[in-house]
Design a protein around this ligand. Structure first.
Ligand code: ASP
Length: 333
């Protein structure tokens, strides 16, 4: 078995410097190369590749998503799985983006990172790296996942839920894919099944999309400004099960006009758990009437990346709207 570790940076690769934690390529390369566990006979052959420079994930862009996805695509036949070392701050975005870009993926791609760098004596890096590699070799995983602190999550369902706890990620709308203890107990009903179509790479391209988070008493002028720019898609971060004010004619008119112009507006919930139901309240029916579509139970990260992916792949707005509300690779229920 042969696994590629692709190191993009993040806390896991950092050393403490005068200007704070900074990824240190020489340190992490040496530490990984000399890690005894990676030479244990129970472990697969591991090949290390690294970004130059290593990045704090706050600096990740679509360009890096394209590099990661292309590296996996180009090396797909030579490896049994891929472990991506990544900063935690935008890991859920990268995992979501990759889940769409790597169409019909049939091998494990597992992102992991840490809250404390490997360079520190007390760290969560070591266990996360070893178990992520271990999962790649043992598993029937054919999708993009995040492994972190004893939980394996579907990548496009995961969110960073803590900036301090070792359990930094969760997927509130989907149970964990594996129960990890002394034994690994896979939930075969949840894992994505073997694909019938060929593995394919869809790169991301730049498109004008934005998120707009509702809050009580927000100024409609701000929304007007956004919608009057040459925007193609908007994730509307609505309340609860997909509600927004319906006593503000200007707000609803802005949405109606934008939808009529072909802007794809997707309602997602600000809640961590649960879904958008556009028929349940008058304050959500009004959004539906304006032409806003439901993001169901997608995370904000998944909805954002999916919108970018669909605009990168298709021109047909009706098709994009339909697919936005349809399960493509396990991102919505
Ligand atoms: N700022 C870091 C990053 O996202 C945080 C981390 O990795 O935990 O790269």
């Amino acid at each position: 078995m042969k696994i590629m570790i692709l190191n993009t940076g993040g806390t896991i690769s950092c050393r403490n410097t005068a200007s704070g934690y900074t990824p240190d390529a020489a340190f992490i390369e040496e530490a990984l190369t000399n890690m005894p566990a990676l030479r244990h006979h129970d472990m697969p052959e591991v090949v290390l590749r690294s970004f130059e420079p290593l990045l704090d994930s706050a600096n990740m862009t679509m360009q890096e998503w394209n590099i990661i996805a292309s590296t996996i695509y180009d090396n797909h036949d030579d490896f049994d799985g891929f472990v991506i070392l990544h900063g935690t701050d935008t890991m859920a975005y990268t995992a979501s983006a990759l889940s769409f870009m790597l169409e019909n993926l049939d091998k494990p791609v597992i992102l992991t990172g840490s809250q404390i760098p490997l360079s520190e004596v007390r760290n969560d890096s070591y266990a996360n790296i070893i178990t992520a590699i271990w999962l790649c070799t043992k598993s029937p995983i054919r999708e993009v996942c995040i492994y972190f602190n004893e939980v394996l999550l579907r990548g496009n369902r995961a969110q960073k839920v803590s900036s301090e706890r070792f359990r930094a990620f969760d997927s509130p709308n989907l149970p964990h894919l594996v129960h990890i203890g002394i034994n690994l107990v896979f939930d075969y009903n949840l894992l994505l099944q073997p694909k019938t179509q060929h593995f394919n790479l869809q790169l991301m391209h730049k498109h004008f999309i934005a998120n707009f988070r509702l809050f009580p008493g927000f100024s409609t002028e701000v929304l007007e400004y956004i919608l009057n720019s040459p925007i193609k898609g908007l994730i509307l971060e609505t309340y609860g099960s997909g509600t927004a004010q319906n006593n503000d004619a200007k707000f609803l008119q802005l949405l109606t006009d934008a939808c009529a112009r072909g802007v794809v507006i997707v309602a997602c919930t600000q809640c961590q758990h649960g879904a958008v139901y556009m028929d349940s309240y008058a304050t959500s029916v009004s959004l539906k009437k304006a032409g806003v579509i439901s993001g169901h139970d997608m995370t904000l990260e998944a909805a954002h990346c999916k919108l970018l992916y669909l605009f990168s792949k298709y021109d047909d707005i009706v098709m994009i709207k339909n697919l936005m509300a349809t399960n493509v690779c396990g991102e919505l229920t």
